[in-house]
Design a protein around this ligand. Structure first.
Ligand SMILES: Cc1ncc(C[n+]2csc(CCOP(=O)(O)OP(=O)(O)O)c2C)c(N)n1
Ligand SMILES: CC(=O)[C@@H](O)[C@H](O)COP(=O)(O)O
Ligand SMILES: [Mg+2]
Length: 639
């Protein structure tokens, strides 16, 4: 690591020779494998951009020039080259974020890990440079997967229209999102890739000719013209050039010299230019290169020599969903499934293998997924769109105005709902149960265990005239939580043991085990508690109000934003029913949560059994008129 340790900032790259740069690239690769095999993270994507990131920081002058990354999961090399070498706590509390972070470095701009936004950012920054008459450069790195997102094309439409506004777009084309990138765009990029030979030939020829005195340069220019002609002849005029964008490439994304030459050309161009780089996800690490699933896109801790996971995968919410989908697919031919470039991560691989004609990977295009689902439902089939909760945010209008307005029977299955933690603020699934409250006719379920997930999924796909939504947490599915009774459509998880119970504790989804623990802690304070699981949290069950009326206080606990969540909806339902029982809603405070483990975050925001039990004890004590005594116990809500 003799060279890497000397790199404290991008300008330290300037004095390295080409051989040293190649050595640095190798040092970075072995650093990444060594570090990320311990912490987990996005190893494959970062192994694919080592040379590209070195070349970017050699040609451009960050932070004066802005180097932007789409999604940001491939910014580890950027972090190394901008002086951040301590990866020991990557994605952990107090350690480096797994994405760019303004708090970490002036070299970082976009913290949002939601794909397809970088060109929008770049367009805005380029416009600001123009308004303020700055000659700084803006460079946006976007993957072939992120290019399948609609927002990228909204931005490209604007960028292509401004012929005199410099902007360098680097397409990091490794032909994969997780799996191979789908769609017409991927096919077009492949067409452009066929002219790869010309670029390599030209890069080598240029070197030779530029060393040839007198005739070299003009001859190179002639060849360059010829290459352009030949490329146009072989590969149809590229879509990017049709749009009015200058296109440079395809470039070997692991050849630093070729990259620097192409980026330097792009930098001199006084307008928008695409540099199409061919890279290999997982390059330089055999286990990743040979991983057919996703080239080690995102991994947990592994044995570095073999690439095998340190911990065996346990039964996850995702796997329970995936298995049930296969059964449903066998029972009903009208069930189809949709993924937005995340077939494996959302658990639809088995369904896809069993029913290859009934699975749709739409690319990173959640809005299109929702609208096409409305079309599928209108066409007479029942689509199940499986997506991470946080990624549904961008398809809110489509759920509202295409699916719900047209009474389409579409089922949305939201994985990674609630606090996820180590992927940072934009990955927590903390907004869905607030956002979806306002969608008329939509029915929303939060299963508490595997059995309820199976049951509620089956109930959901029976609904053919409205959107249905299931949402569950990341990772290992919790223990079975049996019901001891029912009230209306709700499951009673714990009886209070008295006819005059103190607390009605409404347990939402996967937090059921924690809610039962809260009830036990309250027991020790002589406080009697009924614990119910609504199962379907929207609409609020009609039995909720009369049940609440039989208690002294209602407490709701959800792994969702407190603002506008299930607690708010129940409070409103009680008011509408004229039930005047105090309600305290516990949820995620309305703020962005720094990366840390889920448990660390839940403790930090007070979503733990002891925290909640202590506050509820204070509430009940207050009702008993022992307010002063209670005050000492009740910590203020920490929003
Ligand atoms: C809106 C959105 N949907 C899904 C994801 C999940 N996701 C993270 S990276 C990725 C694949 C990105 O592929 P690409 O842009 O080609 O980058 P690469 O990993 O190949 O470098 C996906 C689907 C996301 N981050 N944002
Ligand atoms: C960058 C991105 O959006 C995904 O790769 C995400 O990090 C995956 O999260 P999980 O690890 O929870 O599947
Ligand atoms: Mg890719």
């Amino acid at each position: 690591m003799q060279l890497l340790t000397r790199i404290r900032g991008p300008r330290d790259l300037d004095r390295l020779s080409l051989e040293e740069l190649d050595q640095l690239a190798e040092e970075i690769r072995s650093f990444l494998v060594g570090a990320v095999s311990k912490t987990g993270g996005h190893l494959g994507p970062n192994l694919g951009v080592v040379e590209l990131t070195i070349a970017l920081h050699r040609v451009f002058d960050s932070p004066k020039d802005r180097v932007l990354f789409d999604t940001g999961h491939q910014s580890y090399v950027h972090k190394l080259l901008t002086g951040r070498h301590d990866f020991s706590k990557l994605r952990s509390k107090g350690g480096l974020s797994g994405y760019p972070s303004r708090a970490e470095s002036e070299h970082d701009v976009i913290e949002n890990s939601h794909a397809s936004t970088v060109l929008g950012w770049a367009d805005g920054l380029a416009k600001a440079n123009q308004v303020l008459k700055r000659d700084d450069h803006v460079v946006a790195v976007i993957g072939d997967g992120a290019l399948t997102g609609g927002m990228a094309w909204e931005a490209l439409n604007n960028i292509a229209d401004a012929k005199d506004r410099p902007l360098v777009i680097v397409v990091n084309d490794n032909e994969r999102s997780y799996a191979p990138t789908i769609g017409g765009l991927a096919n077009h990029l492949a067409t452009l890739r066929t002219t790869d030979g010309y670029e390599r030939f030209l890069a080598r020829g240029k070197d030779l000719l530029e060393r040839t005195p007198v005739v070299g340069r003009p001859l190179y220019e002639t060849l360059h013209g010829a290459k352009k002609g030949l490329k146009d002849f072989i590969a149809p005029q590229g879509m990017f050039e049709d749009l009015g964008l200058k296109y440079v490439g395809p470039i070997d994304g692991h050849d630093i010299e070729a990259l620097e030459s192409a980026l330097a050309r792009a930098k001199r161009f006084n307008g928008p230019v695409i540099v199409h780089c061919l890279t290999e996800k997982g390059r330089g690490y055999k286990p990743a290169e040979q991983d057919e699933a996703d080239r080690f896109h995102g991994i947990g801790p592994i044995h570095p020599d073999t690439g095998l996971p340190i911990k065996a995968a346990a039964a996850s919410w995702t796997s329970v969903f995936g298995d049930e989908m296969v059964k449903l697919g066998q029972e009903r031919e009208d069930i189809v499934a949709i993924t937005a470039a995340m077939l494996q991560p959302v658990g639809l691989k088995k369904f896809a293998d069993a029913f290859p004609d009934r699975i749709y990977d739409v690319g990173i295009a959640e809005q299109h997924a929702a609208v096409s689902a409305a079309g599928l439902a209108t066409g007479g089939v029942h689509p199940v769109f499986a997506v991470y909760a946080t990624f549904l945010n961008r398809a809110f209008d489509q759920v509202l105005m295409d699916v719900a307005l047209h009474k389409c029977g579409v089922t949305f299955v939201l994985d990674r709902a609630g606090v996820t933690g180590d992927d940072g603020a934009s990955h927590n699934g903390m907004w869905d149960m607030s956002m979806l409250q306002v969608v008329p006719t939509l029915r929303l379920a939060a299963p508490r265990d595997a059995e309820q997930l199976r049951a509620q999924l089956r109930e959901a796909v029976q609904v053919d005239d409205a959107p249905t939504v299931l949402r569950y947490s990341k990772g290992v599915v919790g223990p079975a939580v049996p019901a001891v009774g029912t009230v209306g459509g709700m499951d009673v998880l714990r009886e209070p043991g008295t006819d005059t119970p103190d607390v009605l504790l409404v347990s939402v989804g996967a937090l059921a085990p924690m809610c039962l623990e809260i009830a036990s802690l309250l027991d020790r304070q002589g406080i009697s508690t009924t614990v119910v699981d609504p199962r379907w949290v929207k609409p609020v069950d009609e039995a909720m109000a009369p049940l609440a009326e039989r208690h002294r206080v209602v407490v709701t606990v959800e792994d969702n934003s407190r603002v506008g969540g299930v607690g708010s909806a129940i409070a409103q339902a009680l008011r509408d029913a004229g039930v005047d029982v105090p309600l305290r809603d516990f949820g995620i405070p309305p703020r962005f949560l720094d990366h840390a483990s889920r448990n660390e975050i839940m403790a930090e925001i007070g979503l733990t059994a002891p925290d909640i039990a202590r506050q509820v004890t204070g509430l009940v004590s207050k009702l008993d008129g022992r307010y002063d005594e209670a005050r000492a116990e009740v910590e203020p809500a920490r929003d």
